[in-house]
Design a protein around this ligand. Structure first.
Ligand SMILES: [Zn+2]
Length: 472
């Protein structure tokens, strides 16, 4: 269900604001004078008249407050870092998230004990992609001062439908955490009035509107960004879709690759990171370049991977991998993503009977390149991802996570010890369930769900934004 921005009404509201402000200042002045003259009983007959005018012309403004109750022009996507208790979801997980927000309406006149506002997410064209009607705001201050009305805590989540965004009450107790119907339909009817989550992705905006006369007359609205625009890190991708041996087609369709890139966008929106094409723009199918194989490859049979202990300091590339990586664009400001059929294991280069594997993908991270770290891999070969047709739901997002964080996997404290593996204990997240982390040791989850491998903790976002010199 789409509906356009009510631009003409918004404009009229803006024009009225100037008038409101003048009346508001005048009313305040009158109120102050009356209070000064009649400290015992400020409600004189004159003041009643003024108060009535004041009621009729009162200034109303809406603010989005961040977790510290400070007014903000942008809100980030939630990390759910304190949402889990062992494997369960805390009933008040949205109250615990550092990226929670509150809606506050300030009015010079009394609007009662509670008011309702409309909360929406708008896409880049102004179409509504999620909507909560009648979000309740409770009066938290009154008297002669400005009346303030505030909502309970809310968070922005990146999946709609039944995933993340289908809490019908404050407890979240009805969330069906394990079921996903596979349909990311843009539904606006999954949100109960008190749903603490609203769907939204990077590039979209959150709008709150207060109406008079039921929902007929928008009085004022506030529109804020999801992620502060100047804080969005844009990572450029070079997408290389390998053709089959006969050169007649590719193993993956460009449209399927772009659908997976969309999942990457959702996952890394948690860190205000966005993926763009080589020119810095939105992806189209033209950005998925199909490329003929070098003669030394035979991708129909699988790309060779050396059978070796996966030690990052000694791991070596097969001759086929080395040949393959010569197709990189030699631009260190891009990450190259190759799409191939599958990986097969060889014991050594003269092995003529490769073994099929179910390896989903590999990523060659910056850390490998200095010879002091690994003498077998060069700077020209890193910042590379090879994706196979075994990729699962979160594989693309997981692999780019290796490149961005320049690290291996998020593991339980008891499992720490692998090369470049890490956990959340030093960051105060030792109890975060590994299962729910995007960078957990593979395999990542086969399906989407609230507790599946999709979360990124704030310190992982910090790594991803700062550990490489990939340009903004
Ligand atoms: Zn991995």
């Amino acid at each position: 269900m789409n509906q356009p921005l009510f631009t003409s009404k918004s404009l009229r509201t803006m024009q009225n604001r100037t008038l409101f402000t003048v009346l508001f200042i005048f009313s305040l002045f009158v109120t102050t004078v009356i209070q000064a003259q009649s400290p015992v009983n400020p409600i004189s007959s004159n003041s009643t008249t003024e108060q009535l005018n004041f009621e009729a012309c009162g200034e109303i403004s809406i603010h989005i407050l961040d977790q510290s109750l400070t007014s903000t022009n942008s809100i980030d996507i939630a990390n759910w870092e304190d949402a889990f208790s062992l494997e369960d979801i805390e009933p008040n997980f949205f109250d615990l998230d550092n990226k929670r927000f509150y809606i506050q309406l300030e009015s010079s006149s009394n609007l009662g004990s509670f008011i309702n506002v409309l909360l929406e997410t708008l896409d880049e064209n102004g179409n509504v992609v999620d909507q909560q009607t009648d979000v309740k705001l409770k009066k938290i201050s009154g008297g002669f001062s400005t009346k303030k009305y505030r909502s309970t805590a809310r968070i922005v989540v990146v999946d709609n439908d039944v995933i993340d965004d289908n809490f019908s009450d404050y407890t979240g107790s009805d969330q069906d955490i394990d079921v996903y119907d596979g349909d990311d339909d843009i539904g606006t009817n999954d949100d109960n009035k008190n749903d603490p989550t609203i769907y939204g992705i990077l590039g979209q905006r959150i709008r709150v509107t207060y109406f008079s006369n039921g929902r007929n007359e928008p009085v004022t609205s506030e529109l804020i960004d999801i992620c502060e625009p100047s804080n969005i890190k844009r990572v450029r991708l070079n997408l290389i879709n390998m053709r089959n041996n006969a050169g007649t087609g590719t193993y993956l369709q460009a449209s399927d690759i772009l659908a997976e890139i969309d999942k990457m966008q959702k996952a890394w929106g948690q860190c205000c990171i966005r993926f763009v094409n080589k020119d810095g723009n939105h992806f189209t199918e033209a950005d998925v370049v199909s490329t003929t194989q070098p003669a030394a490859l035979s991708l129909d049979n699988g790309l060779h991977m050396l059978n070796q202990v996966p030690n990052l300091s000694t791991i070596a590339l097969s001759q086929q991998e080395q040949t393959h990586l010569q197709l990189k664009d030699n631009d260190p400001s891009t990450v190259d993503m190759f799409f191939v059929n599958k990986y097969v294991l060889i014991d050594n280069e003269s092995d003529t009977t490769p073994t099929d594997t179910n390896v989903a993908a590999t990523a060659f991270i910056d850390w490998l390149a200095p010879s002091s770290h690994n003498p077998n891999i060069t700077a020209a070969q890193v910042r590379t991802i090879i994706i196979t047709t075994n990729a699962r739901y979160f594989t693309y997002a997981h692999e780019i996570g290796h490149i961005l964080t320049d690290r291996a996997h998020f593991v339980a404290p008891t499992e720490l010890g692998g090369d470049l593996d890490y956990n959340g204990s030093a960051e105060g997240h030792s109890d975060f369930p590994v299962r729910a982390n995007l960078m957990r040791y593979p395999p990542t989850s086969a399906m989407n769900g609230v507790k599946e491998s999709k979360r990124l903790l704030p310190f992982q976002c910090f790594y991803a934004r700062n550990e490489t010199d990939l340009p903004y």
